[in-house]
Write a protein of this length. Structure first.
Length: 608
């Protein structure tokens, strides 16, 4: 969601803040602002729209003097995008400035009480209660003041704060929203995500819930709610700033599509040893894995689609009942968690608000919680009982590609491990699957070679109003992700359906020249799928078929066919998703849209 950057050091702050915010544009935003402290005064500049508007307003930061400041990109929740609602927000005397990521749930109650005490509000935001509360409680000690404010505020928040009479100091705090602190000879930094500060440092601290940060050019200090100083362990980020840059590609999404072979290989390789799969990070013995009675896969968006595919794979391969559920539903459904159950929380950022809440619910109900995340030290990674990391590196484009592919790879390995331990796979079958698993990166690379044909096809359907995706079993899961990719970045209405359900109402929407993408990679279901394809073809639809090499009868019905290399049916998603990612990318490109930053969407969804 919103992006936060803070800096204090010996260099002009505003240009550094603007540069950091530019690296957080992928989070989605509709306005931006800076607060810089210089000569004992806090100066604020805010602008509606893209960051370039703020850059022009401040002459790339040169008009804001000072070496200490905070910056923000806002994604509207309370109040429309406007100058008044943009961050930073200040107290009445402009001596305290605040930027905020999250939602203050009791802001109406707080606002009413503050109004009665004479405080005036100039925005529609929930955030504005924070500087007013800080003003009310301020005694000259920022740590004590912030602690008092935190006790009164309910909800989720990451805050960057300036106090005018504490020059050179930036304060920060977090509750259920991400915040990192970076330390370097250039100065010290806060940010809502690592890429914002990676140019300056790879040495970071991950701020825990209800911790307060005090940052000056000389150092960083951490405090708890009792204002007691804490000891923190520094983490070194292994990837560098270049990994978060386009590297010659027109868009981050295309770069990340092409990074998938390496990302999948990097995720799989550490776990393959002596012809087997080693997942020591599970922290579960073979006997505990054998006794698992049920698995719950909980996630949002594309990570949920990974769970849909994984359900089929685990149930078929290992014979364990699996429930796949949206995190936003699981956290409130009061579902019954069986004894000896495993809850798998999948999240690219490791900060997804609904998934984090679902994790806590699953733990409270007695499940062992396994996190599959891409960010070391993220909230979900720290809260889970065990963690399997995906090694996708930074993913900047809002529409996930390589994080999705690496999550699939982890789920394949987990499925095979479960099957081997439980004796549901013969050794010969396991060896064959392991060979196919290791071959996935090379096969993805092969699929990327078909991009020119897909670009031509995408140009034909860039003006579509509706596109349908259909499939059965694992192919239904592939269809869901293909449909989401298309609607995310092209704004074309798109739906995915289990092919067998088409005749139960949806087939009435099929009309002449409507594009229907038919995924048929599962050999046992191929003939059934052909029947469904004939049904929509006979009603005038234009068919894009997607199947494995060798299933050439697809061309008898499909108008345009894409083949993936032969691979075990369990793993077809990893290959079939590539042309669907490219299709979505080239349709968006043909429509002249912002591929990396689609409207109304954010990369890391840290609020409900």
């Amino acid at each position: 969601m919103c992006g936060i950057v803070g800096y204090t050091g010996h260099k002009p702050a505003a240009p550094i803040l603007l540069e950091g915010l530019a690296r957080l544009e992928y989070r989605g935003y509709d306005s931006a602002g800076l607060a810089v402290e210089g000569d004992g005064v806090i100066e604020v500049a805010k602008a509606k729209g893209r960051l370039r508007v703020l850059e022009e307003m401040t002459s790339k930061g040169e008009l804001l003097a000072g070496c200490c400041g905070i910056g923000h990109t806002r994604w509207a929740t309370h109040g429309e995008p406007s100058m008044a609602n943009a961050h930073p927000h200040c107290n009445p005397t402009k001596t305290i400035a605040v930027v905020h990521n999250g939602i203050i749930e009791n802001y109406q109650e707080l606002r009413e009480k503050l109004v009665k005490k004479g405080y005036a509000f100039t925005s529609e935001t929930d955030t504005e209660v924070i500087p007013q509360l800080l003003d009310q409680y301020y005694t000259g000690d920022p740590i004590e003041t912030i602690a008092k404010m935190m006790v009164r505020v309910n909800g989720s928040y990451a805050l960057g704060i300036l106090f005018e009479d504490h020059p050179e100091a930036v304060y920060a705090v977090r509750k259920d929203s991400p915040m990192v602190v970076g330390s370097s000879e250039e100065g010290n930094f806060i940010a809502s995500d690592v890429p914002a500060i990676l140019k300056y440092t790879r040495n970071v601290y991950f701020v825990d819930n209800m911790e307060i940060v005090e940052m000056t050019p000389e150092g960083v200090h951490f405090y708890n709610l009792d204002c007691e100083e804490l000891e923190k362990t520094q983490t070194t980020i292994e990837w560098d700033a270049q990994a978060a840059e386009k590297g010659g590609y027109e868009h981050f999404m295309l770069k990340e599509i092409y990074e998938q072979p390496k990302a999948v290989k990097d995720t799989i390789s550490p776990h393959i040893k002596n012809g087997g799969i080693v997942l020591d990070e599970l922290k579960l013995t073979d006997d505990q894995l054998r006794r698992l009675s049920r698995i719950y896969i909980v996630a949002c968006g594309s990570a949920y689609h990974v769970g849909v595919v994984a359900r089929y794979v685990i149930e078929h391969m290992a014979g364990i009942p699996v429930e796949t559920e949206l995190a936003s539903e699981f956290r409130y459904r009061k579902s019954i968690v069986e004894e000896n159950s495993l809850a798998i929380i999948i999240s690219q950022s490791g900060e997804t608000a609904d998934s984090l809440a679902a994790l806590k619910e699953a733990k409270a109900r007695g499940a062992h919680v396994l996190a599959i995340v891409n960010v070391v030290g993220s909230s979900i990674a720290r809260e889970a009982d065990s963690v399997l990391y995906t090694w996708a590196g930074p993913e900047i484009s809002v529409a996930t590609t390589k994080a999705y592919s690496t999550q699939l790879a982890v789920m394949y390995m987990l499925s095979m491990k479960l099957a081997q331990v439980r004796g549901t796979l013969a050794q010969a079958e396991f060896d064959a699957l392991l060979s196919d698993l290791l071959g996935i990166p090379e096969q993805i690379q092969y699929m990327l070679g078909d991009k020119e044909r897909l670009q031509w096809f995408a140009s034909k359907y860039a003006s579509s109003h509706d596109i349908f995706f259909i499939g059965r079993g694992i192919d239904y899961g592939i269809s869901m992700e293909g449909s989401l990719k298309l609607k995310e970045i092209s704004y074309i209405h798109s739906e995915a359906y289990a092919a067998g359900e088409m005749k139960h109402g949806t087939i009435s929407l099929i009309e002449k020249d409507l594009l229907v993408v038919c995924v048929a990679t599962q050999h046992e279901l191929f003939e059934k799928m052909v029947s469904n394809i004939v049904e929509v073809k006979s009603r005038g639809a234009y068919i894009m078929g997607l199947t494995q090499i060798g299933c050439f009868s697809m061309e008898d019905t499909a108008d345009f066919t894409v083949y993936i290399p032969r691979i075990a049916d369990y793993f077809t998603t990893s290959l079939a998703i590539i042309p669907l990612q490219l299709l979505a990318y080239y349709v968006s490109l043909a429509r002249g849209l912002d591929v990396d930053k689609p409207r109304n969407l954010a990369k890391s969804v840290t609020v409900e």
